[in-house]
Design a protein around this ligand. Structure first.
Ligand code: C2E
Length: 699
């Protein structure tokens, strides 16, 4: 396991009011919080690396390790034990350890988590041994009770634990204390002379049996957790310890009962925090992995197939942003309820976080096709219920969802793989237009693997500087006016890779920030170099900037810094923007453009006419140039609509005082046609392909 706690774990560790320790099954302490260090009186930095055996008496240490091993081997899920801890100064303290096993994402045991509570105060005053010692514990019948009667009485009367003394022979209660009466709601008269069975204080028959079994040995029992019933019928968790003693000359069982409902509720809360999502109450990622692991195991045994449905709400982010997080939370809670209404009780509905839900449908069939059919039916129901309007605090909202489904239960699958498969299918559903479900297909996996490899290579390429900038000439009435800078990746094995293959991935992964900075710096350096030559001083370079790059808060600063560092003339730098970046937050885009414009930077808008730009805001953009997309240019001679679009763009440009350039011009006929329409700036294979710097400069 990683020794580094996550931020979340770290916060949890530090805020906890109980000691928390992570340990190996051998007792090696991996980390702890300040509270634990305090309990054992060690400086925090000395605790890591200690063994439990070093901070416990031999007998208790051995008890710990046995318990740890049992948990690790899966013999039980959680357990609690009381042990003595040896503090650094040699003094001892009693602690209650509640230990559970944590697993990694794959479901393998990762480490043990112990909550440690210092119970030394309780132990000092209230242990059964302490009180029993006052009552002449067996085998010491010779000691007369009367001799210690006073001390016994006061301890007995003031004990915060309920005490019950019952005759061994017939179970009749001979004495009890105020704490017991208060806890259970009985009067003294109602208790004395009766049996616990008559009082009905054991809520579960099984527990009563557990106590009898525990009492079969001579040593009594310690800290049994059982469910008890008060006189008014209310059931609560009690902790019971019992020992044999002689009372009023008769062999008796003395029971000490503590109401631990609150501690149990706290424990439950901690468990819930660890395994359940606080917003929806659904199992969280960790519990989901556990259930998946169990489902995979059950497949190995029974051969049955299960399905995992990965659901993501469409457009949740913008709904959350526009209506507020409170409404977003309500929507998630209602979605959780609706999904739960579509599945059986045995199925798992989990929330992974954000607007992602996962449903595991177990034991659908041994035949994958039948399992898939079941999953499709349930998936359809879920899509339909989410598609219904939501009424949230009087406001009607509507959302849809996209779903990926995978049928699993084959050998050698891991929980991670299953989840990833459904995730991939979910993305397919999103790409297919949302409000849809897709089944995972192995071909998808291949493309995902390729993507992962590409991303790895891309990161390496950035480290190794495997990029170069090509320049495609731009001409006006036959004269060179500048170039568009186009990035190329010189892949060590694959040769020259075109940007279409890696720019979208770079955008998705954020690597575009590094790439974009490099392109900008390189282009500006080139502009500065040309400026030193008379014949090159007028040349411009058009640099492509992705929407994601442009949206960076510090984009303007980056551009100005590149200009400043290289000494390039801002008037010769042309930033090419594409229509798709005006979808969201147009005001921000315009503000950034204006800022750069005020420094002399120019703007060209490409893909013009292919997007959904509204003329009203296009008019507000401080543009210098618009580009006729190569898709129109390519069709211009064959398709009258492309011709009409080109004509409209040229007219619009003229009306707005913008220059118009046609890209992708491949033939003389296309050039002549465009020239007749009034466009005289061109870029395309007819003139030149994009060229490496050396070749460009020679031309
Ligand atoms: P784009 O901005 O539309 O770039 C023009 C693309 O058209 C270039 O493809 C160019 O090689 C190609 N092209 C030029 N003339 C012709 C022609 O006559 N016929 C045809 N069929 N194609 C022609 P390339 O270099 O593969 O770039 C593709 C896209 O990748 C670019 O489209 C641009 O969106 C993006 N890109 C390229 N370099 C960068 C970069 O440095 N940063 C960012 N963000 N994107 C870049």
């Amino acid at each position: 396991m990683s020794d580094k706690p996550t931020v979340e774990t770290h916060r949890f560790l530090e805020q906890a009011t109980v000691g928390i320790v992570h340990a190996t099954p051998e007792g090696h302490i991996l980390r702890c919080n300040a509270e634990f260090a305090e309990i054992i009186g060690y400086p925090r930095e000395e605790v890591r690396g200690l063994m439990f055996q070093e901070i416990t008496p031999d007998e208790d240490g051995a008890q710990c390790i046995t318990a740890f091993q049992k948990l690790w081997n899966g013999a039980m899920d959680a357990l609690s034990l009381e042990i003595r801890l040896i503090r650094k100064d040699g003094t001892r303290t009693w602690a209650k350890l509640t230990v559970s096993l944590l697993r990694d994402r794959e479901g393998w045991p990762s480490h043990l988590l112990a909550h440690v509570e210092d119970v030394s105060n309780r132990k000092k005053l209230e242990t059964p041994e302490a009180i029993a010692a006052e009552v002449a514990v067996v085998p010491a019948p010779a000691q007369p009770i009367a001799a210690k009667e006073d001390r016994y009485r006061s301890t007995f009367e003031t004990s915060p634990d309920g005490v019950l003394i019952a005759r061994t022979a017939d179970g009749r209660i001979l004495d009890t204390n105020p704490a017991f009466l208060e806890m259970m709601g009985f009067t003294r008269e109602g208790v004395i002379g009766r049996t616990s069975l008559e009082l009905g204080i054991w809520a579960d028959d099984g527990d009563r049996l557990k106590i009898s079994e525990a009492l079969e040995g001579d040593s009594g029992c310690r800290n049994l957790e059982i469910r008890m019933r008060r006189k008014n019928g209310e059931v609560f968790w009690g902790q019971l310890s019992a020992s044999f003693a002689e009372f009023q000359g008769e062999p008796c069982v003395i029971s000490y009962i503590r109401d631990v409902s609150e501690a149990k509720a706290d424990e439950e809360k901690i468990r819930n925090l660890a395994f359940y999502d606080t917003l929806t109450g659904l199992p969280n990622r960790r519990l989901l992995y556990e259930r998946l692991r169990q489902a995979l195991l059950s497949s190995i045994r029974s051969g049955s197939k299960h399905a995992l449905l990965f659901v993501d709400l469409d457009g949740f982010k913008s709904l959350n942003d526009t209506l507020g997080h409170h409404i977003g939370d309500l929507l998630l809670q209602e979605t959780a309820r609706r999904i739960q209404g579509c599945v059986r009780e045995v199925d798992t509905v989990a929330r992974l976080g954000g607007d992602e839900f996962v449903i595991v449908l177990e034991d659908l069939s041994q035949t994958p096709e039948i399992a898939a059919a079941h999953a499709r039916t349930v998936g359809g129901k879920i899509l339909a219920v989410i598609d219904q309007p939501f009424l949230l605090e009087g406001r009607e909202c509507h959302t849809t969802s996209s779903m990926g489904i995978t049928v699993f239960g084959n050998q050698n699958e891991s929980a991670n793989e299953v989840l990833q498969q459904a995730d991939i299918a979910m993305y397919q559903a999103k790409a297919a237009g949302r409000n849809a479900m897709f089944f995972f297909a192995p071909a998808l996996q291949a493309s995902v693997n390729a993507r992962v490899a590409l991303e790895r290579d891309l990161r390496e390429a950035i480290r190794e500087n495997q990029f170069s900038l090509y320049y495609q000439p731009q001409l006006d009435r036959g004269l060179l006016t500048g170039a568009e800078a186009l990035i190329r990746w010189k892949h060590p094995e694959r040769g020259l890779v075109k940007p279409e293959e890696f720019v979208p991935l770079a955008e998705e992964t954020g690597l575009i920030f590094q790439l974009g900075t490099w392109v900008l710096e390189t282009a500006c350096t080139q502009l500065a170099a040309w400026a030193n030559r008379k014949e090159g001083a007028h040349l411009t370079i058009a640099v492509n900037v992705s929407a994601r790059e442009f949206r960076q808060a510090r984009f303007v600063d980056h551009v100005l810094a590149a200009l400043d560092r290289t000494g390039a003339n801002p008037n010769n730098l042309k930033i090419e923007l594409s229509e798709n970046m005006f979808g969201e937050n147009v005001e921000d885009v315009i503000a950034k453009m204006n800022k750069l414009k005020s420094h002399g930077v120019r703007f060209s808008l490409e893909d013009f006419g292919t997007g959904y730009s509204s003329m009203t805001y296009l008019k507000r953009l401080p543009l210098d140039q618009i580009k006729i997309d190569r898709a129109f240019v390519g069709e211009i001679l064959r398709d009258p609509i492309s011709g009409a679009v080109a004509q409209a763009i040229i007219s619009f440009g003229k009306a707005m005082g913008l220059s118009v350039i046609a890209e992708g011009v491949e033939t003389e006929e296309q050039r002549a046609f465009l020239a007749k329409l009034g466009c005289h700036s061109f870029q395309g294979f007819l003139f030149s392909h994009p060229l490496p710097l050396g070749e460009f400069s020679e031309n």
